[in-house]
Design a protein around this ligand. Structure first.
Ligand SMILES: C[S@@+](CC[C@H](N)C(=O)[O-])C[C@H]1O[C@@H](n2cnc3c(N)ncnc32)[C@H](O)[C@@H]1O
Length: 397
């Protein structure tokens, strides 16, 4: 997965949700809501913890030393480590679309929470637990496996909620809850392309183990969408660049670059076709196998243009609220830290208004590392000016 584009264009109007709302994941990107400037923050396991450069002044040269014990770490450890530093939580909390939506869902629907037992899966700083406690929950169990759990405990204490919120440090799959059942499960589990990180599996595990019959899960719906964009300039910079690097061809890197989805903000003016709903997941009913699927699509051109990439994004909704609530991470909505996921095409499609790109998208967790996502895209266009049919494979990692 590749992050960021030179000229980030953030959209500031989320038409989907009139409330202030926004969000973040493993390699999440910082979104500074004040100046709407997007700053890439790598929390890539490859970048974190493995080696540190220690400046030894007597020697002059930096000494690159491996941190003791890191050899034993698995990719899962690196994943959880990425949530240990407060910086990643700062970025999530500052994602106003994300955090405000959860806050509004909880504060405007107190009838759901009053005197209820709540389980917060992946509590982070404890922010969602605090919202629930303030909204009148009888008790909240805040489960968090990363070191930030220690801070969540302190935050709960210093805000005077220790009698309502119990922070449990550990993986949801491994902890013991002091109660047999809970009335509500709340979680912010969404990753890039919705499914990157695969945290949804942990939420479904918690649902099956602890949620009472007729209990509520928040959010309870998540949908993946697809559209097609014109993106000549950036495709040139990211993909065609490898054709001629100071006079040398680097085709092998070009092949890799095209396989890596780009997480970035797309300007709504780049959209060439209709947007299509690919898949809706009902979090209250689905099984973990439902995150692997193949869906057909048909994207109809709304103008004569060139298509360089398909773009995926997601919406989440909280349908148990008094009034519908949710947010979209689409290019026509206010930007979130999730941005959009851009899949570059090997072909540039010359499309005329009314013509359609059709195909199938297959999505599945990677077999070796289920937090990564494998995507297969089959597309074809039989147009007046362009006839193309191709299959491409992408890896989000
Ligand atoms: C996207 S963050 C959300 C944090 C917080 N709920 C918020 O809204 O700001 C997800 C959190 O879930 C934690 N997490 C992920 N998988 C988990 C698991 N299996 N058990 C416990 N915590 C988990 C991560 O460490 C991370 O802090």
């Amino acid at each position: 997965m590749t992050m960021g584009r030179k000229n980030n264009k953030s959209n500031i109007n989320n038409n989907y949700n009139s409330q202030d709302s926004m969000a973040f994941a493993g390699t999440r990107t910082r979104f500074d809501d004040k100046d709407e400037e997007l700053i890439t923050q790598s929390s890539n396991p490859e970048d974190s913890g493995k080696a540190i450069a220690i400046q030894d002044e007597s020697m002059g040269e930096p000494d690159v030393s491996f941190v003791e014990g890191d050899d034993e770490k698995t990719s899962a450890d690196y994943y959880f480590d990425s949530y240990s530093h407060f910086g990643i939580h700062e970025e999530m909390l500052k994602d106003v679309v994300r955090t405000k939506t959860y806050q509004n869902v909880i504060y405007q629907n107190r009838f759901l929470f009053k005197d209820k037992i709540v389980l917060d899966v992946g509590a982070g700083t404890g922010i969602l637990s605090l919202f629930c406690a303030k909204a009148g929950a009888a008790h909240v169990y805040a489960v968090e496996c990363a070191h930030v759990a220690n801070m969540a405990k302190e935050i709960v204490e210093s805000n005077g909620y220790s009698n309502v919120i119990t922070v449990l440090k550990g993986k949801i799959e491994e902890i013991e809850l002091p109660v047999p059942k809970v009335d509500i499960i709340i979680s912010e589990w969404m990753g890039y392309f919705l499914l990157f990180e695969n945290m949804l599996k942990s939420v479904l595990y918690a649902r099956d183990k602890w949620l009472v019959r007729d209990g509520i899960i928040l959010p309870d719906k998540a949908s993946l969408h697809l559209t097609a964009i014109e993106d000549a300039e950036y495709r040139e910079d990211k993909i065609e660049f490898w054709n001629n690097v100071y006079g040398f061809k680097m085709d092998c890197i070009k092949k890799q670059a095209i396989m890596e989805p780009l997480v970035d903000t797309v300007d709504q003016n780049q959209i060439v076709t209709t947007c299509q709903l690919l898949k809706t997941m009902d979090i209250s009913k689905m099984v973990s196998g439902d995150v692997s699927f193949t869906v057909p699509f048909k994207l109809v051109a709304e103008r004569d243009d060139f298509i360089h990439a398909l773009v995926a994004y997601f919406d989440v909704s909280f349908t148990k609220c008094h009034k519908f609530m949710g947010f979209s991470t689409g290019p026509r909505s206010r930007a979130t830290h999730w941005k959009q996921t851009v899949l570059y095409l090997e072909d540039v499609l010359t499309i005329c208004e009314g013509e359609a790109v059709t195909g199938n998208l297959t999505v599945a967790p990677n077999k070796k590392n289920p937090r990564d996502v494998d995507i297969m895209l089959k597309y074809s266009l039989t147009g007046r000016r362009c006839v193309v049919s191709r299959t491409q494979h992408y890896k989000m990692r």
